[in-house]
Design a protein around this ligand. Structure first.
Ligand code: S3P
Length: 175
C-alpha cells in the first residue's frame, strides 16, 4: 500500500473532519485537520483569529500550515473549505496525494451548518445565500479533485465505504 496522503476537500459542512477521522482509523493512516493545526500555531480558535486579526491573517496562516505538510505521507488531511481558493494550496494538495471532493448541494450544506456558530464566514445576515455564493465560487476548483463523492444522501460511514472502494481502485493514495 502506498503511503501518500488522502486530501479531503469541500465546503463547510461537507463532513471532512468526521469522514477523515473515520477513514484514517480504518486504513491505519494518521488524521490531521488543517484548522486544528492553524489553531495550534496561532494559540487561539479560528473564530478568534478572524475576529482579532482578520481573514487575510487567517489565510496566511492557513497557507503556512499547508506548506509545512509538504512531503507528508500516510496521512488523511481534512482541509478548511476556503483553502482551495489559493493556487499555492491547490498545488500543495496535488503534490500531497489523492484529492477527494466531498460534494453536497448548497441547500444540504446549509442544513448541516445552520446551527453552528463556530464558522465566522456564516455570521452574516443571510447565511443561506452566503453558502450558495461561496460554493459557486469554489466549486470549479473542488471539481478538479481526483475523486468526487456525492455525500448528499449518505451517512459519514457510507461515505467512507465508497471512498475506500474508490481509493482501492487507484491503489490507495497513489493519486
Ligand atoms: C472556512 C472553513 C472553515 C475554516 C474557516 C474558513 C471557509 O473550515 O477554515 O472558518 O472559508 O470555508 P471547515 O471547512 O472545516 O468548516
Amino acid at each position: 500500500m502506498s503511503q501518500r496522503c488522502v486530501v479531503l476537500l469541500g465546503m463547510m459542512g461537507a463532513g471532512k473532519s468526521e469522514v477523515g477521522r473515520e477513514l484514517a482509523d480504518r486504513i491505519g493512516y494518521q488524521f490531521l485537520d488543517t484548522d486544528k493545526l492553524i489553531e495550534k500555531r496561532a494559540g487561539k480558535r479560528i473564530s478568534k483569529i478572524f475576529q482579532e486579526d482578520g481573514e487575510p491573517a487567517f489565510r496566511a496562516l492557513e497557507r503556512e500550515v499547508i506548506a509545512s505538510l509538504e512531503g507528508s505521507a500516510g496521512k488523511v488531511l481534512a482541509t478548511g473549505g476556503g483553502a482551495i481558493m489559493d493556487p499555492a494550496n491547490r498545488s500543495a494538495f496535488n503534490r500531497l496525494g489523492t484529492t477527494v471532493y466531498l460534494k453536497a448541494s448548497a441547500r444540504e450544506l446549509y442544513q448541516r451548518v445552520k446551527n453552528d456558530s463556530s464558522r465566522p464566514l456564516l455570521q452574516t445576515e443571510d447565511p443561506k445565500a452566503e453558502v450558495a455564493r461561496i460554493l459557486s465560487e469554489r466549486e470549479q476548483y473542488y471539481e478538479d479533485a481526483i475523486i468526487t463523492i456525492d455525500t448528499e444522501d449518505l451517512s459519514s460511514n457510507e461515505v467512507v465505504d465508497v471512498l475506500i472502494d474508490e481509493l482501492a481502485k487507484r491503489t490507495l493514495g497513489d493519486g
